[in-house]
Each structure stands twice: as C-alpha cells, then as structure tokens.
Design a protein around this ligand. Structure first.
Ligand code: MGD
Ligand code: MGD
Ligand code: MO
Length: 772
C-alpha cells in the first residue's frame, strides 16, 4: 500500500512505538521550534517536585518525584511553548485577518508565541496593539451593556489551572450566568454525566498503584502511544509481569502492539521491544455498547451454569448484595437480550466475545480504561454505564488493583470541572458559593458547547470569551460555528499562540496573550505556583522555570482578575489581592470544597495529595446510597441506522481522530508515523473490501459528505484513500479537517458531546483532487 505523490506518502511503519523513532522526532521538534539551550533545561524539570506540571496530558506521574520521564508528547507540548518564534505586532501589521485566514493551522502555529494584547480594527481588517487596561475596559463595557448576563458565554480549555478556573467561575457567576461551555463537553462528558448514576461520581476510581496489582487491563478506544505516552511505561510493566492487556479498538494501534521504552537502556541498546496487548478486539465504530453488553450477558450465563453445577459463582455476590441495587432487573434484561442483535451491532465474532469474557472472569483484579473511542458517540453515556455495570458484576470497583480509569486529555480538564467550570452546577455548590462570597448565584443551568453555538446563531449569545483553547476549530459543524462566532458583538481569546479562533471573530475582538505553565509567574516579586488535578485525582503544584516569552504577558489568573475587576469592581471580592497571591485563591477553594482542606499545606508536599473519590472507598453518592446497575437497551435507531436504511452499504461510519503530530487543533507536523502517513493529513483510512465495493482503489482522491436529516449539505473535499486494517463499514480521518462533517445536532444522549467518532458519510470521487 505504498503510495508517494507530491503531497506526501503512505508507507507502513515497521518499528515499535516509542524507542528510537520517538527520540529522533523529539530532536527534530526541538530543532523546528528553535528551542534555545537555556530553555532546554525545562524539559528536565517537567513533573519534578519543584518544576511544572507537563501540559501534555492528564496521565499522572509516580508521586511526581520520578526522574525525568521521557515522553514525546510532553516534549512537543513543552517545545511548542518554549519556542523562540514570536507572533509580534509586526506580524499583524503586515497581514490582514483575511490573509491570515488563508494560512493552514500548521502555518498559524508556526508563527510562535503571542507577545502583546491585540484588538481587531475593522477599518484595516488587522489586529492592532492595545494597552491591557483598555482591553479590560472594552470587555467590561460589552458585558455591562448586555440586556441579560446569559447573552455571554465563557469557554474554558483544560489547561487552565485550578486557581485561574476558580476565579473565572466566581467572576462569571457574580456577573450572573452559568454559561460555561468547556472542552470537556467535547471530550469526557459522557464519563462525567454517565458515572454519577452508577457509582455516584464522574471520576475514575484507580491510582497508579492499582496498575501494579492488576491482572487484566481492558483498554477501550484509546491510542496511548500517541496521546498518553507515559501510560505506555505503565502498560509495559504490566505486560512484562504477565498481566493481560486487551485492546478494544477498531484499529490495532501500534503502541498497543509493540513498545520500546526510551527509559529502558536495555531495550534501546538491543533495539528490542515489549509486546503490549495479548488480545485485540476490533468492534465496529460505536459497537462497544453491544460488545460490553454481550460480555455481561455471558457472565450471567456462566454464573447460571456455575450455580446449576455447584461450581464457584462467577458473580461477586457479596459485593452485589452489600453495595448495589438494581441487579435483578439488570440480569433479567441481559438474559432476554438477543445474541443476534449483540453480534450484529458490535461487529465482533462470538468466539472473540467468549475469549474476552474468559479473560475478564479469570482475572482477579481488572482495570477498565477508556478514551475518546467510547465518549464521542450517540450511545456514549449508555456505553460507559454498561462498562461500569460489567465491572460491578465482579466487584471490580473500590478495591486494590481494580477499577474504572477514564483517561482524560487536557492536563487540568478534571480539575477545572472540580473547581466549578460546570454549566450544570449543583444546588449544594451554589449554596456554598453564596455563603462564602455573599452573592446570589444564578440557579438555572447554562450553555454547553453545542448549545452555545446554537445560541450564537439564534442571536441569543452576543459575547464569547475563551480562556484558552480553539473554539472555532475544536467544535463541530464548522460552517455554522463560524457563522455564530462572526455574529457575536465581542469575541475574546486568552491564548499562548495564534489559532483559527482568533481569526473567526466577532464585531469587536481581542487576543490576550498569556504565560504558559512552563514560565515563571512573578506577582509582586514572588514566584507563584498553580495547581492541577490529573486523571487519577492527584492534585499538585506547578512552578514555571522559563523566562516569559514576552515582558508584556499576563498570567491567566491575572487576566481573569483584571477582567473581573473592570466588570464588577472590587466591593465584594478583592480581585487584585488574589492575583497577587494565588495562595489566597486556594484558601477560597478550600472554603467552598471540603475535600480541599489544608489545601496550601497539602499541596506543598512533594507529589501533592489525592483528592478523595468516594466510589474508590465504596461510598456511593447516589440517591439509593448504593452503586446502581442500570438497564440500557441497544439503540437500533441511530443516525447511522437511518442513513444506512437509505444508502445501504455505501453508507460508512466515520471516526475523526488525532494523528501523531498534533495536539488537538495544534498541528505540530504532518506525519502520523505509527499509522504510516507522512507529509499529509487529508487521508481516509478504509477497508480494502469497502474500497472494492465502492469502485475505488488505494491512492484515489475522494470528497466526503455526511448524511443528516436537516437538508444541509456538509462536505469536506480532497482526501487520499489509504487501505487500512479497519472493520468493514468504518472509516477514519483526522480532526479538525473533518469537523465540517459533524452535524451540530448530532450529540451523545445525556451528555451533549458531538458524535465525532460516528458520523454517517458517503465517499465521492474528488472533484478537484487532493486539497492542501
Ligand atoms: N499527542 C497528543 N496527545 C494528546 C492529545 C493530542 O491531540 N495529541 N489530545 C489530548 C486530549 S484533549 C485527549 S481527550 C486525549 C485523547 O486521546 P484518545 O482518547 O486516545 O483519542 P483519539 O486519538 O481521538 O482516539 C482514540 C482511539 O479511539 C479509537 N476509536 C474510535 N472509535 C472507536 C469506537 O467506536 N470504539 C472503540 N473501542 N475505539 C474507537 C481510535 O481508533 C483511536 O485509537 O489525548 C490527549 N493527549
Ligand atoms: N472531530 C473531532 N472534534 C474534536 C475531538 C475529536 O476527537 N474529533 N476532540 C475533542 C476534544 S477531546 C477536545 S479536549 C477539544 C479540544 O478543544 P480545545 O481545548 O479548545 O483546543 P486545543 O486545540 O487544545 O487548544 C489549543 C489552543 O490553546 C491555547 N493554549 C495552549 N496553551 C495554553 C495556555 O496555557 N493557556 C491559554 N490560555 N491558552 C493556551 C493555544 O492558543 C492553542 O492554539 O476538541 C474536541 N473536538
Ligand atoms: Mo479532550
């Protein structure tokens, strides 16, 4: 399947994940970003007790005291921030916004760090420098002019620290709205919304120590060698001591096949690698719900057999009796479920289900991990609840070596939610805010990402403020989203680097450049630390060590404080004092959330502290006070089913995923080396038989359209077909290029997450060949 043309080439990658390939690319990345020697030292203090928390991902570190853990993703994230390239006012003086719009996401990223606050000037179609005070005054004027605070939305991306995020939500609620769209709405929302109904809390129940004890690790819909490389070290240890690692993924991702650990001198010198997964199960896209339900059904059947023959029970009957409700109804639903439906919907052979079931029931301690492969479908909430049901059947929650492990993306996405970035706040939390800060918080729920976009289009939302992120590129239905953003009266972006969202702007627009986490944050001469919570609820402090990219940057916390002060004044909250000393914000957090007791003291210990997760201790914060088995049925009336009823087998399900050289919407480079794609991003991975059926061949160029019932034509043009080991009827492509195909109203039931991993699509011969 080797294919070379002027836009890049396709060639299988023979090597293991990690290893020398990763080292080579790290060197290349440092060169590309022209990271100077002075800033190289940064890499060594990543995740050290007095260093900074890696902005790469939310995977935890062993007590934050390990020696430097090599991670390609982390190096790229740090290099991107430590780059010596600068997007100065001169860049903006030399380019109109229309001209910058012509540049690719990759080119925008290459301009480097933003240095000065900028305001949009419509007369020249350019961004011009503005003084900080004037920028805050402009924001205040817009916010205070709105008829209703609910006409403004305040987005958060998951890099914001606990301190910045807490202050932001306090400002926004005092201003009067719960409109908090955040990246989590597009990410692990199905986890955060689904789990509370089963185990009472929307977080994982394991810590790294549990990985040392687990006998089996089930990995659903995750590509850790690319997205969480430090997880690979953990998996390698598990594999070497004989734990079963099962990958449940339509793709056999390279990192889950073979991994060469750059920390292991032996493996590096001998150029050897470790086999990671003992088993690959390849469901069709969105087939996990049926697959997990099939395994649960087999567990009940095998337990019935055990009972009738007097063998030991398969179910953990003690756990079920003492800790759960709803098992009877759940088991009855499983017994009545049709094998035909489960096999057809999962796309997995009966024999594979049998093997998976036996791995599950023969393992004393099981951890279930999952990523975006489970969370970005219509049935995602039900799928995660079914996985929780399955784990509860054998008591795998709240005991050593076992548990639920949602693997989050952004390094502080979990912490942001914990400290109040939540469009559906609980009454108890609002009561506390009211008691501590003496104001009446808004009680009705606010907009999430998708409903914000809808509200912009309808004219109900007029001001958009983004604390980090890239709203214009990360969100679905690009054309509609851009229309919405352009209708706004004001758009504001707090950012480190130039991105598409700054160019798709409202009538007035600001770009507010900020310090990154790797940079020294001096307030009144004292270096400030910020705190973050990783995917396993460990909270730790992070200090930057590099000099700021420009003298005219403010920290995120300072930007939030000054925005608040300009808008609300300081009568109720002394914003400036908090911006001058972040410990005061941690005191505030402690007053609002009991679990943050002694916050400043505990976070100053090496490694920080574990934030209590009740379900880990088998305390169930549910209405029944128990963990709850939930009955969910196989949905056979999804947009995919309906589109297939019209188009037959020509209708394919598309997933949109990450390449190796990107961080969400930040495009570092054009290779996805583990999947064998070099120098291009507009590709569609497809099964050979589907290609034959459609009359295409590898190397052909296609346009992609999605099928939706609103009569709108959604099309993305010029993709190269790549033959791939992917289940029939399924195709894969990269995001954000494919976001124009995701209909705004196509969301996960109960979570509102765009269904970016199950889009009904048709392929057409390309009208204009491959697009840049
Ligand atoms: N280098 C790098 N690191 C990152 C990021 C990045 O962009 N680049 N992003 C960060 C963020 S915010 C996040 S959320 C995480 C994302 O990390 P992941 O959760 O790994 O996200 P994806 O790369 O989108 O895709 C996940 C996997 O799901 C599989 N998959 C797709 N559909 C299905 C399905 O229906 N069922 C199953 N079982 N599997 C499926 C895909 O084949 C792919 O292997 O990574 C974080 N870390
Ligand atoms: N089709 C499709 N769409 C998806 C996904 C998918 O798998 N498929 N994944 C979804 C997921 S999981 C997520 S999390 C979202 C991501 O959505 P976002 O979080 O909105 O997007 P990012 O690309 O992570 O944001 C990158 C920008 O953040 C800014 N930035 C970087 N560091 C900092 C910092 O320290 N402070 C501040 N203020 N700004 C900073 C930079 O300007 C950079 O350009 O996308 C979602 N969209
Ligand atoms: Mo994410």
């Amino acid at each position: 399947m080797s294919k070379k043309d002027n836009t890049g080439h396709i060639a299988p990658y023979p090597n293991p994940a990690g290893g020398w390939g990763a080292l080579k690319h790290v060197a290349l990345q440092l060169y590309r970003e022209r990271v100077g020697a002075a800033r190289l030292g940064t890499l060594l203090s990543q995740n050290q007790p007095n260093g900074f928390d890696c902005p790469g991902c939310a995977w935890p570190d062993r007590a934050h005291t390990s020696t430097f853990e090599f991670c390609e993703n982390g190096v790229k994230a740090v290099a991107a921030e430590a780059t010596s390239k600068r997007a100065r006012p001169a860049l903006f003086a030399g380019h109109t916004v229309a001209q910058l719009m012509e540049q690719s996401d990759y080119e925008l990223e290459q301009h480097g760090r933003l240095t000065d606050p900028l305001v949009y000037d419509s007369a020249s179609d350019k961004y011009l420098p503005i003084a900080w005070d004037d920028a805050f005054a402009l924001i205040a004027r817009h916010l205070n002019q709105l008829d209703d605070p609910n006409q403004a939305a305040f987005y958060t991306s998951g890099r914001a620290s606990n301190e910045a995020a807490f202050l932001y939500q306090l400002f926004v609620r005092m201003y009067g709205t719960n409109n908090f769209p955040d990246c989590s709405n597009m990410c692990h929302e199905a986890t955060s919304r689904g789990l509370p109904h089963t185990v009472g809390i929307g977080k994982g129940t394991v810590t790294l120590d549990d990985f040392e004890l687990a006998d089996a690790i089930l990995i659903f819909g995750q590509n850790p060698a690319t997205n969480h490389p430090r997880m690979m070290g953990e998996l390698r240890e598990c594999a070497r001591r004989g734990a079963a690692i099962v990958s449940i993924n339509p793709l056999k991702e390279r990192g889950l096949q073979r991994f060469q650990d750059p920390q292991s001198p032996g493996e590096m010198l001998l150029n050897s690698s470790t086999h990671i997964s003992s088993m690959f199960v390849q469901p069709r896209l969105g087939g996990d719900f049926a697959l997990i339900k099939a395994v649960a059904k087999r567990v009940v059947e095998l337990d019935d057999e055990a009972m009738s023959t007097g063998r030991p029970r398969v179910l953990d009957t003690d756990f079920i009796a003492a800790h759960t409700v709803g098992f009877h109804d759940f088991a009855r639903d499983l017994r009545g479920e049709s094998w035909h439906v489960l096999l057809e919907e999962s796309g997995v052979e009966r024999e594979q289900i049998e093997r998976l079931t036996h791995t599950y029931i023969n393992s004393g301690r099981v951890i279930a991990c999952w990523g975006m492969g489970l969370t970005q479908h219509k049935n995602s909430v039900a799928t995660i609840q079914m996985l929780s049901n399955l784990m509860m059947m054998r008591g795998h929650i709240g005991r050593p070596g076992a548990g639920l492990c949602p693997v989050r993306g952004h390094s502080n996405v979990q912490g942001d939610r914990t400290v109040g970035i939540e469009e559906q706040p609980t009454a108890a939390f609002l009561d506390r805010l009211q008691a501590v800060f003496g104001f009446e918080p808004p009680r009705h729920h606010g907009h999430d990402v998708v409903s914000s976009i809808q509200a912009m289009i309808d004219g109900r939302l007029k001001v958009f403020i983004g604390l980090g992120g890239n709203f214009a590129s990360a969100t679905p239905d690009t054309e509609l989203t851009w229309q919405g953003l352009r209708q706004c009266e004001l758009t504001v972006h707090v950012a480190t680097k130039l991105n598409r969202s700054h160019l798709v702007h409202g009538r007035d627009a600001l770009i507010l450049p900020t310090l990154g986490r790797t940079e020294i944050d001096l307030q009144e001469g004292v270096a400030q630390g910020v705190t973050v919570e990783d995917s396993m609820s460990m909270v730790h402090i992070s200090y930057g060590i590099n000099q700021p990219a420009s003298p005219n940057l403010l920290s995120e916390t300072a930007i939030v404080a000054r925005m608040a002060e300009a808008t609300l004044g300081s009568a109720k909250v002394d914003w400036r004092a908090r911006a001058a000393n972040y410990a005061l914000i941690r005191d505030d957090i402690e007053k609002v959330f009991d679990d943050f007791y002694d916050y400043n003291e505990r976070v100053s210990r090496p490694g920080g502290f574990h934030l209590r997760v009740a379900s880990r201790e088998r305390e169930w914060v549910t209405p029944s006070g128990k963990a709850q088995f939930l009955v969910n049925v196989v949905d056979r009336d999804t947009p995919i089913h309906r589109a297939r009823a019209i188009h037959g087998r020509r209708l394919l399900t598309m997933m949109t995923t990450r390449s190796h050289d990107q961080y969400n919407t930040t495009i570092y480079g054009l290779d996805d080396r583990y999947r064998g794609v070099f120098g291009l991003r507009r590709v569609v991975f497809i099964n050979k038989l589907d290609m034959d059926m459609l009359g295409f061949k590898a190397g052909d160029h296609v346009d992609v359209s999605s099928v939706w019932d609103d009569g709108v034509e959604r099309r993305a043009k010029g993709f190269l077909l790549v033959e791939y080991d992917i289940p029939r009827g399924c195709v894969g492509a990269y995001y954000p290029e494919t976001n124009p195909l995701v209909p705004l109203t196509s969301v996960a039931v109960g979570a509102g997450t765009p269904t970016s991993k199950s889009i009904p699509v048709l392929l057409h011969p390309a009208q204009n060949g491959v697009q840049p």
